[in-house]
Design a protein around this ligand. Sequence first.
Ligand code: ADP
Length: 261
Amino acid sequence: TFRVNGVPVVRSGAVEGAVLVFHDITELRRLERVRQDLVANVSHELRTPLSSIKGYAETLLEGALEDEAHARDFIQIILRDSERLSKLIDDLLDLSKIESGKMKMSFLPVKLSAVVQRCMAVLDNPARAKSIVVTCVVPPDLPLVMADEARLSQVLLNLMDNAIKYSGEKASVEVSASVSDRFVRVDVKDTGIGIPEEDLPRIFERFYRVDKARSRELGGTGLGLSIVKHIIQAHGGRVWVQSVHGRGSTFSFTLPIASPQ
Ligand code: ADP
């Protein structure tokens, strides 16, 4: 018996050989690092609103409760940060369900313009608050798309909400759709703050934000775009962004056309 890399090779009659098993250690290490980064990110993201809640609750107990005007402000902040925490947990659960393939989706023919109209109604208040006009330009004969309607709404709400959030007063947001090959292409275009070129390649990564403080201030979790990407990919579509810093952004995605039968 002799050894190859420590594995015994047995000679017996005419048969000789060795079985070597290579583990791809670099890939395992990479995955382990991704997991560790995620745990560190999640802990940090949870801690930020939690320590604010704790701080304001303590200040209230230490006497601020007597001063009604201040007390109200503090309670508003506690409420806002609690909402942020629950949004973060919802987003994390969604992301983990999608990534592990456990998110149930049923793909049926869907009329895109109807979904866009409903999203516009949901976002009417935040848009009005900034005098932002949201328009929808969808050709009347646009074919139906094959989609899970609830998830498609989630995608559009995320993109349209971002378009409103990352725009100044009186900006405009336009949702348009067109046919391209066997797909419908949807564009969500805003005239907002735009994204610096160096940030564009990482914008769909979870927790990646151009300006963390600003995103938090606006109630963001940094998970919206990665959820959008996963949902669109599960539909067999693509998602991408074009942006000019200071001028505006266009987020685009494709969805398969529902076949007539
Ligand atoms: P968030 O919860 O921070 O909005 P997202 O995953 O939805 O997280 O977006 C990630 C980051 O991408 C945002 O923090 C913001 O910096 C940038 N971003 C997304 N949409 C837009 C947009 N329409 N205009 C400018 N920046 C945007």
